[in-house]
Design a protein around this ligand. Structure first.
Ligand code: TUI
Length: 323
């Protein structure tokens, strides 16, 4: 069984986080992943602090294993949620879409391990300096708000830039992705898109069906004009938003207004016309609904096979350095 320093650091069986998904990864999914041996993560997204506190308590009722809460820094409630997660002493906080430095002291004083998502080496180093326990290097293959670099280029550069453990995220949805992440220097992975079709994931069935149907080229980026590019499935909504971004007669405020509420419409209502279905490029690798336990076991079994095959083929490669 694959174990790494991340398992010891957090007390988990598999070195995998379930990526936070706003409106989607609640206490039920997070507890299922944690019970199965990964680290489940409750997404705070744009939710109010009291909702997040309730989710933390539900997760605690469902599992004694460690879990995490993701604080989305662009949320108007980020500060309150930071206070709640510190007061509740959640085992792990991950952060995304901004700089969490202002809240680090409160978390660290309460024994919370803080593991920020970083899109660059500069931000990774800054997070190490302010006390992050590890960082998640997330490439632009992932769903939702993305940085510029790919997982393939970002992960080794972040591994070279910091001494704390590095997890890889973006484009990882099977055992081959896990094996590749280890080759790049990561000691763990964060997986979002594959958990969209987990049996314990409460997202609308239309959302699951769209992910199951998606092929390699079925995601796109919107929001570049607003300074926060977002990857989602190609739908009438995302194509229209993309066109509006190129229309200079439309103001930024009008664009924001158009996009407002679209995540909820997709996740909760399954609205295929007006919803924004966030998903990563690895959606093309997601072909069936499984329990969280099945997903973790299958991905790590495959990773072990892939790592073994790679080792064997290198050993017998006549031009390889081992021959
Ligand atoms: O945060 C994500 N993915 C997200 S957040 C989200 S909710 C949302 N909805 C609509 C528009 C925007 C967001 C959906 N998906 N991934 C982690 C991530 N963090 N990607 C990039 C970053 C990031 C960017 C800048 C992290 C730090 C950062 O720092 C900037 C600074 O000022 O230091």
């Amino acid at each position: 069984m694959i174990r790494t320093s991340l398992c010891e650091l957090l007390g988990i069986a598999y070195p995998m986080f379930q990526g936070a998904m706003a409106w989607i990864s609640d206490a039920t999914l997070a507890a299922a992943v944690s019970e199965a041996g990964g680290l489940g993560i409750i997404a705070a997204g744009n939710a109010a602090a009291e909702f997040v506190r309730e989710q933390i308590r539900i997760a605690r009722a469902k599992t004694n294993k460690p879990f995490g809460v993701n604080v989305m820094m662009m949320s108007p409630y980020a500060e309150e949620i930071a206070r709640v997660t510190a007061a509740e002493k959640v085992p792990v906080v991950t952060t995304g879409a901004g700089n969490p430095a202002g809240y680090m002291q409160a978390w660290l004083e309460n024994g919370v391990k803080v593991i920020p998502v970083v899109p660059s080496t500069g931000i990774a180093k800054r997070m190490e300096r302010v006390g992050a326990a590890a960082v998640i290097a997330e490439g632009g293959e992932s769903g939702g708000h993305v940085g510029d670099l790919t997982t393939m280029t970002l992960v080794p550069q972040v591994c070279g830039a910091v001494r704390i453990p590095v997890l890889a995220a973006g484009g990882i949805a099977d055992g081959r992705g896990i094996a590749a992440a280890f080759m790049l220097g990561a000691v763990g992975v964060q997986v979002g898109t594959r958990f969209l079709t987990a049996k314990e994931c409460g997202v609308h069935q239309n959302y699951k069906n769209k992910v199951l149907k998606a092929k390699d080229i079925d995601t796109m980026l919107t929001g570049k004009r607003l300074g926060h590019p977002v990857r989602s499935l190609k739908t009438p909504f995302s194509r229209t938003l993309f066109e509006k971004e190129y229309d200079s007669s439309i103001t930024n405020e009008a664009l924001e207004k158009y996009a407002e509420g679209a995540l909820r419409l997709a996740a909760v209502e399954g609205d295929e016309q007006n919803g924004c279905f966030l998903a990563g490029q690895a959606a093309g690798l997601v072909t069936r609904e499984q329990t969280a336990r099945e997903i973790l076991a299958e991905m790590f079994e495959e990773a072990e096979r892939v790592l073994q095959t790679a080792r064997d083929s290198i050993q017998y490669d006549p031009i390889g350095s081992n021959s």
